[in-house]
Design a protein around this ligand. Structure first.
Ligand SMILES: *[C@@H]1O[C@H](CO)[C@@H](O)[C@H](O)[C@H]1NC(C)=O
Ligand SMILES: *[C@@H]1O[C@H](CO)[C@@H](O)[C@H](O)[C@H]1NC(C)=O
Ligand SMILES: *[C@@H]1O[C@H](CO)[C@@H](O)[C@H](O)[C@H]1NC(C)=O
Length: 367
């Protein structure tokens, strides 16, 4: 999620590529790996060339109205839960958020029982009226996430879009949402759900705070720097658990348990350590891994086919992983709406296109 300079097209990825023209990102990365503590090197500060500006209404596109999705007969039962879904919303990613909401409603047995909680930094009235007009029947609330919450705690990562304050809002849900919201599904804006979200909602968390697909074959070592692994005290962090990578773009969260355990503060402590010693290269993901990896409830991989946006540098096309799919996630640099607009879509982007409600889209859902 990112707000970027109006001089560059409305994409966070293009702002990071504009800086990489001056300092090739791979070169910078190896520089940081060689000197992990020199975060204030002249190179590191020099790549902060893009200023963050509040987008104007010119940047906010227009969308077609989604149909009214109605509950199936089975939804009148007393056992039906209200499904609480949290998503970030901002001017740059609004097209993704709208497509994601449409995909969730369209595949739900009880769409009227889905409740959305949107997180926004600027609370633009244009965005709110856009949600109103696109989804007139949507049950939603929008909350302000103040970037001061994370000011001074964000460390520069390998991709500028990852450094936007709104990316960190997921760590503060226990404070932002009212205390009568006990459990939520957190979803990034660059996802499409192609199954009934109620199946994910009903996961048995057992005694865990988070549920997400786990990837135990991924090399976990690579998510942290040598500084981290070579420090005896830091490396002890994972003692007694088998840490596996998971993606924080799709999580079921027990907010009551999170509040009780004070997990926001535990994650913030890692963000402060990161400020002093460079212990990881990515944005909001590694501090969450430090606290939770190896201690989450694993759900089926079908709930997060991630990485469809390619890697963090080029956003190359990728194929699907084998197996059934309930949720597609364009994490990585490439976003399907940008690649479709540039007429350079990847094959998988055609799976996103039917959910695009953007008005001028030529590949949008037939009305
Ligand atoms: C689900 O939606 C139906 C129809 O709007 C409503 O009658 C019912 O109370 C809702 N259930 C919950 C738990 O929100
Ligand atoms: C959006 O809809 C809500 C609920 O109907 C209403 O209270 C709010 O004023 C609307 N906001 C805008 C900006 O249209
Ligand atoms: C995992 O990555 C680390 C650091 O890059 C490397 O030293 C190690 O050999 C890798 N382990 C495996 C099993 O590939």
């Amino acid at each position: 999620m990112a707000f970027c300079n109006k001089n560059v097209p409305s994409s966070s990825s293009s702002s990071s590529s504009s800086s990489s023209n001056h300092f090739p990102m791979l070169g910078l990365l190896s520089l940081l790996l060689l000197h992990p503590t020199t975060t204030s090197s002249p190179f590191a500060s020099a790549i902060r060339v893009v200023t963050i500006q509040k987008p104007t209404s010119d940047d906010i596109p227009s969308f077609r109205e989604a149909p009214a999705f109605r509950n199936g007969d089975s939804c009148s039962s007393r056992n039906i839960d209200k499904i609480q879904i949290v998503m970030p919303v901002d001017a740059n990613y609004i097209r993704g958020t709208m497509a994601a909401v449409l995909s969730i409603l369209q595949h739900s047995t009880c769409p009227e029982n889905a409740s959305f909680h949107f997180l926004s930094i600027h609370l633009e009235p244009e965005i709110i009226s856009l949600i109103n007009s696109t989804f007139p029947y949507l049950n939603y609330k929008i909350y302000h996430f103040h970037p001061n919450r994370v000011r001074g705690m964000i460390s520069k990562s390998i991709r500028q879009a990852l450094d936007q304050p709104l990316n960190y809002a997921r760590i503060y849900l226990s404070d932002i949402l009212p205390t009568d919201v006990h459990r939520v599904i957190y979803l990034d804006s660059d996802i499409i759900v192609v199954d009934d979200i109620a199946k994910l909602w009903r996961v048995d968390l057992e005694d865990k705070i988070l549920a997400a697909p786990e990837y135990c074959h991924a090399n976990f070592t690579t998510y942290f720097t040598d500084t981290f692994w070579s420090d005896v005290n830091l490396a002890k962090t994972f003692e007694g658990r088998r840490p596996c990578y998971f993606n924080t773009g799709v999580m079921v969260m027990d907010l009551d348990g999170w509040r009780k355990g004070g997990y926001t503060q535990k994650i913030e402590e890692w963000m402060v350590i990161q400020k002093h010693k460079r212990i990881y290269q990515l944005g909001s993901l590694p501090p969450v891994l430090l606290v939770f990896a190896g201690n989450i409830k694993a759900v089926d991989h079908r709930w997060n086919q991630h990485g469809l946006g390619g890697d963090n540098f080029e956003g190359k096309c990728r194929g699907l992983h084998p197996g059934p799919i309930s949720l597609l996630h364009w994490s990585g640099k490439g976003k399907p709406w940008l690649r479709l607009d540039a007429r350079k879509p990847c094959t998988i982007d055609h799976l996103w296109a039917p959910y695009d409600l953007y008005r001028s889209s030529r590949v949008a859902l037939e009305e």
